[in-house]
Ligand binder design. Structure first.
Ligand code: ZN
Length: 126
């Protein structure tokens, strides 16, 4: 992978990450605030329903964060940035081959090539 390609993917990942962080902030403030001032009757049409588990606010916040699709994606985007820094980006962690450019365009944080990914998914189903 050339430096230009790396920068290209890094840019995509950084942009996705920035958008996600914004989204998470929005979700977090609207979600936590509405659940705290529940009695105000201020239930906007914006649907944010946190699973009603756990009593501690910090735990709930973290639980929500890591359980959410956004939090999970953010985690993978961060890992991808780390791999870029370490020069491991674009290499399949399963077989060590280069991940195809088409796949990286579609899933810039991919860490498995198509073959390993489908293998992994087959194993999960079993
Ligand atoms: Zn592979």
């Amino acid at each position: 992978m050339t430096k230009e390609q790396l920068n290209h993917y890094k840019k995509i990942i950084m942009e996705k990450r920035a958008a996600l962080l914004q989204e998470l902030d929005r979700l977090k403030s609207s979600g936590l605030n509405t659940s705290m001032k529940d009695t105000s009757g201020d239930h906007s049409s914006y649907a944010f329903h946190m699973a009603d588990q756990g009593t501690d606010t910090m735990d709930r916040e973290q639980q929500y964060f890591f359980a959410s699709r956004e939090g999970n994606l953010l985690y993978h985007l961060n890992l991808a940035l780390e791999r870029i820094e370490r020069g491991e980006y674009g290499m399949c962690v399963g077989c060590g081959k280069e991940i195809s450019a088409e796949r990286l365009e579609a899933v810039p944080h991919a860490r498995l090539c198509i073959e390993c990914k489908s293998k992994e998914e087959r194993q999960k189903i079993k």
